[in-house]
Design a protein around this ligand. Structure first.
Ligand code: G6P
Length: 604
């Protein structure tokens, strides 16, 4: 959450910073701002709302300078207002920050008692005020920033710019990612490498506790113990940083459409002609008695789905938890436990904290989309999902790629533990390999789905029902719809409906039933009939056999290709995503940047 950028450039930096912030806007869009040093003068511009408001403001109030820092905000402390927008300035120093300073109250009281006057409600301003104090005490900017950083508790990525210093920027990371970009006679920082891609593809990632002192001609890095440190610079490929909508109206539409290709990529990575190709460090599942899976949001639903696969195919008990609960519950973790952390960004604060809780207690595997992320780097084995950059705040292709990688992992576990014979294993792999083509076919139903979505857009409440692995998908479908259309939606296990939620059913409540024609189909259809008997408007999503058998009397039927029942959740994610997308379009909401949300949640 929040994106930060910094540039010591050769040209005017305001347009460069705005361009880089555009690429970080997925991290938050409550306000944006930038500060520059121009001939020694430190000045800033800030605007509430999306970046476009800052761009407009800059047209009338331009900001010159070849050194600058910028910020796009997801509000934590203090409402989205100009006063709370970054950069925060105190006298000769300006600061941009991503994260939370947990001891900001103590620092603020201390500084206020000493006569410092705060202009905002933010935790970030304490960083600027504290640095201002150290400068007033006679410390030079490098030392002032170092002393300030030593007092900060919490998680942050931060950048400092100083009046009178045209060629100095200081940056630090603790808990939130930060990349340094190397140019020819210029240097950049950014919350991710994608922000810096138009300027450079030579990137150094700061490590936990690192502080970097940057000038146009030098990059000095100090580690958490304040020792000079060397961090590798790597050259990223165009694929790793490409972000183009490719003719689609929204990122989300593009990312939904990409799924056949990215799923095939993920499979090509982990499957050879006749076996699996996982890193050799992956534990032998024969040595594992139990799996705990931890994640947040959509990744949590991917874990809940995978529980069915690990338990049914590999006969391994699995416990799944949301990271924000897991980390504080202090669950006992036995030695023969495998802990799996799933995260698109690899930076989600709660998931990372849960991972650290498991360190030294269990083997740690992560399933991530960003291979350079903190979660990937702190795992014993990181399994990339190869979804490519995902920009839409509502996760789509990352979800199906997470599922695909977890399905392959479950099959590998079944192989290690001998719970599936070779022919059964091969059949399951063949079923997985069939998915990209089936997904392409499902995408062909988009117009039909859009028509159903236009009817759904009238609703106040929508329920999703599913059994087995369709139950977590029902919750994911409801989450997707809530996130982008703002319609209240809930996902329930079909059999649980009669224990309460059925009281909600009347002729105004659409109920989306995810029911491929599998072994549980008849049970789900009975629950569907209970809804119809109470005038609920059922949208049945099934295959042609299921539709023929149970479609009569429903409000709408949507037919999917036939799919192997075990992995049907991967295919049925497509209509769930498209229903949410087209309902949001029908309602005219902001699909890619829904209100109050951010893609990367680096605060608790
Ligand atoms: C945010 C995003 C969700 C995402 C969740 C977990 O809430 O809006 O789309 O599922 O964070 O993020 P992660 O990067 O850990 O998968």
């Amino acid at each position: 959450m929040c994106g930060i950028v910094g540039v010591l450039g050769r040209n005017e930096v305001a347009p460069i910073i705005v361009e880089a912030l555009k690429r970080l806007e997925y991290r938050g869009y409550d306000s944006a701002g930038l500060a520059t040093v121009n001939d020694g003068t430190l000045d800033r511009r800030r605007a509430v709302g999306k970046l476009v408001n800052l761009s407009d403001h800059l047209v009338h109030h331009p900001l010159a300078g070849k050194s600058g820092i910028g910020h796009t905000r997801w509000a934590t402390h203090g409402a989205p207002s100009v006063a709370n927008a970054h950069p925060h300035q105190a006298g000769p120093v300006a600061v941009v920050h991503n994260g939370i300073i947990e001891n900001f109250r103590t620092l603020r009281e201390e500084l206020t008692a000493e006569g410092h006057e705060f202009q905002s409600d933010t935790d970030t301003e304490t960083i600027a005020q504290l640095t201002c104090k150290h400068l007033a005490e006679g410390h030079d900017p490098r030392e002032a920033a170092r002393l300030t950083l030593g007092r900060l508790e919490g998680a942050f990525a931060v950048a400092f710019l100083f009046r009178g210093e045209n060629d100095l920027m200081i940056a630090a990371r603790k808990g939130s990612p930060l990349a340094i970009g190397h140019g020819e006679g210029e240097v950049f920082i950014g919350s991710d490498a994608i922000a810096l891609a138009p300027m450079t593809n030579r990137i150094t990632y700061l490590e936990e506790g690192d502080r970097a002192v940057l000038t146009r001609g030098s990059v000095e890095i100090f580690d958490a113990e304040d020792r000079p440190a060397t961090r590798e610079a790597r050259t990223l490929t165009a694929d790793q940083t490409r972000v183009e909508k490719g003719g689609h109206k929204h990122w989300m539409a593009k990312e939904i459409a990409e799924q056949p290709v990215v799923l095939a990529d993920a499979m090509a990575h982990y499957l050879t002609a006749d076996t699996f190709d996982f890193p050799p460090e992956l534990p032998d599942f024969k040595e594992i008695d139990r799996i705990v899976m931890v994640a947040c949001g959509t990744a949590f639903y991917a874990c809940l789905t995978a529980k069915y696969w690990f338990e049914q195919l590999a006969r391994l008990p699995v416990e799944v938890d949301v990271a924000s609960e897991f980390r504080y519950r202090e669950p006992p973790i036995g030695p023969r436990t495998l802990a799996i952390f799933v995260s698109q960004s690899g930076e989600t604060a709660d998931t990372l904290a849960a991972l650290r809780y498991c360190r030294d207690k269990a083997a740690i595997v992560s399933v991530v989309n960003v291979p350079e992320s903190s979660i990937a780097r702190e795992s014993d084995v990181a399994l990339p999902i190869l979804a490519g950059v995902e920009i839409g705040v509502a996760s789509t292709k990352a979800f199906t790629c997470q599922l695909t990688v977890l399905a392959m992992l479950a099959l590998r576990a079944a192989q290690d533990r001998g719970t599936l014979e070779a022919p059964a294993l091969a059949a399951h792999v063949a079923d997985l390999r069939a998915l990209p083509a089936q997904i392409s076919q499902a995408l062909g139903a988009e117009d039909r789905i859009a028509a159903i979505a236009r009817r759904l857009a009238e609703a106040q409440d929508i329920l999703f029902l599913g059994r087995g692995a369709m139950f977590p998908l029902a919750m994911e479908g409801a989450l997707k719809l809530k996130e982008i259309s703002y319609i209240h939606a809930e996902g329930y296990a079909s059999g649980e409906l009669k224990h309460g939620p059925i009281a909600l059913i009347d002729k105004h409540v659409p109920v989306i039933v995810l029911a491929p024609r599998d072994g549980l189909f008849d049970k789900t259809v009975s629950n569907m009939q209970e809804v119809m008997a109470r005038n609920g408007k059922v949208v049945l999503i099934s295959d042609s056999a299921g539709a023929a058998e149970a479609g009569a009397g429903t409000w709408e039927v949507l037919t999917m290709p036939r799919v192997a029942p075990v992995f049907a959740a991967i295919l049925y994610a497509i209509p769930a995503q498209l229903l949410a997308y087209h309902t949001a379009i029908a309602k005219g909401t902001d699909v890619d940047q829904p209100r109050n949300l951010a893609k990367s949640v680096t605060v608790e």
